[in-house]
Design a protein around this ligand. Structure first.
Ligand SMILES: [Zn+2]
Length: 170
């Protein structure tokens, strides 16, 4: 359980991650954001990108940014805040980076690989402390709104396909 002080700082950094998610949405990317924090300071922040790169998830980009900033591949004194439960690729990247704590917002019952059927950290070399559900409602809402717009509006086959598959916990 998080104490009140931890809850406040978790909400603070998740709000920053949410801002990154909204920036991602503005560039038509799936609105997921991530922030890496060290000693109470956000050292790297990123949202999903629309590059021609299927690995350009917020967590991967934020981890790369933090490693470049600290000039190390090991982030064992860092925490990561992500608006959505990480997928298998990102969970593995968090493990490889030896991140101390993972805080995430919404639960992704389809592609989440932390607390769903696939639990990557159960098999990983390194398992961070995990706290899910931080600002879950606003983190989920930004995704639901995005896919709702995609469903009703654009005829982008790829995104519609994603929208059909995407299921949040609520
Ligand atoms: Zn991912």
């Amino acid at each position: 359980m998080l104490n009140v002080r931890d809850k406040n700082s978790a909400s603070h950094f998740m709000t920053l991650a949410l801002k990154e998610a909204k920036k991602a949405e503005a560039r038509e990317a799936v609105p997921v954001g991530a922030v890496v924090v060290r000693n109470g300071e956000a050292i790297s922040a990123a949202g999903n990108e629309t590059l021609d790169d299927p690995t350009a998830h917020a967590e991967i980009l934020a981890i790369r940014g933090a490693c470049l900033y600290l000039k190390t591949p090991v982030l064992c004194d860092c925490d990561i805040y992500v608006t959505l439960e990480p997928c298998a690729m990102c969970a593995q990247a968090i493990s490889l980076a030896r991140i101390r704590r993972l805080y995430f917002g919404a639960y992704d019952i389809k592609y989440g690989a932390v607390e769903q059927k696939l639990r990557v950290f159960d098999f990983a070399l390194w398992k961070p402390e995990i706290v899910g559900g931080i600002l879950e409602t606003p983190c989920a809402r930004v995704l639901q709104d995005f896919f709702e717009k995609k469903r009703t509006g654009e005829k982008d086959a790829k995104t519609i396909c994603l929208a059909k598959e995407f299921v949040l916990r609520r």
